[in-house]
Design a protein around this ligand. Structure first.
Ligand code: FMN
Length: 181
């Protein structure tokens, strides 16, 4: 995955810690990983973790602009070969389906010409709620790939569908996307 630019969006799910392992594995595989975190994601994992693992600055604030004439979120949106949101909350799916852009990650999702994949992670009832299912269908109809969720024991204590795909499975999908073994 040398020199592939992967924009990794991280949202406010308990599964955010798995995104750190994913960012590390992608970086070790040679990818340039730009991490963009929502405010809620930062309640679960600190940006410093991702910065240390990827050796790159982490975007946490749409408004922290050093060059307003060339906004960071537009640069990152343009530079990405793949935008992957992992984990993707129900809230993120809803915002993306509606085209809302209140923060850096959602603005990038609107601005990027790159293919977009999302790995949903949430409580099973949240995933199966008609609103979430409708949002997922809307996103799929626009070409967004939804990777997972899968069945299993959820962090909320329930067994069911909603668990984010395991990191090795996400890596396989990403390599498949780039046609790599
Ligand atoms: C302990 C805890 C765990 C949560 N886990 C999830 C989750 O796995 N999936 C989800 O959709 N929301 C989860 N939430 C709710 C989201 O954090 C909340 O909807 C938030 O607004 C999402 O913001 P974001 O999508 O901008 O990151 C969790 C909340 C808490 C307090």
């Amino acid at each position: 995955m040398t020199n592939k630019r992967i924009l990794l969006g991280v949202t406010g799910s308990i599964a955010a810690y798995k995104a750190a392992e994913l960012a590390s594995a992608l970086t070790q595989a040679g990818a340039r990983v730009d991490v963009v975190m929502t405010a809620e994601a930062q309640r679960f994992v600190g940006p410093l973790t991702f910065a240390a693992l990827t050796h790159r600055a982490v975007v946490t604030d749409l408004w922290a602009e050093e060059q307003p004439e060339r906004p960071t979120h537009i640069e990152l949106a343009d530079a990405a070969d793949l935008v992957l949101v992992a984990p993707a909350t129900a809230h993120l799916l809803a915002q993306a389906a509606l085209g809302l852009a209140p923060d850096a990650l959602t603005a990038i999702l609107l601005a990027t010409p790159a293919p977009v994949a999302m790995a949903p992670a949430m409580n099973g009832k949240m995933w199966l709620h008609p609103a979430t299912q409708a949002n997922a269908a809307t996103l799929r109809s626009r070409g967004v790939e939804l990777w997972g969720p899968e069945e299993g024991l959820l962090a909320c204590g329930y067994e069911g569908i909603g668990r984010m795909l395991a990191v090795p499975d996400l890596l396989k999908r990403i390599k498949g996307f780039f046609n790599q073994p």
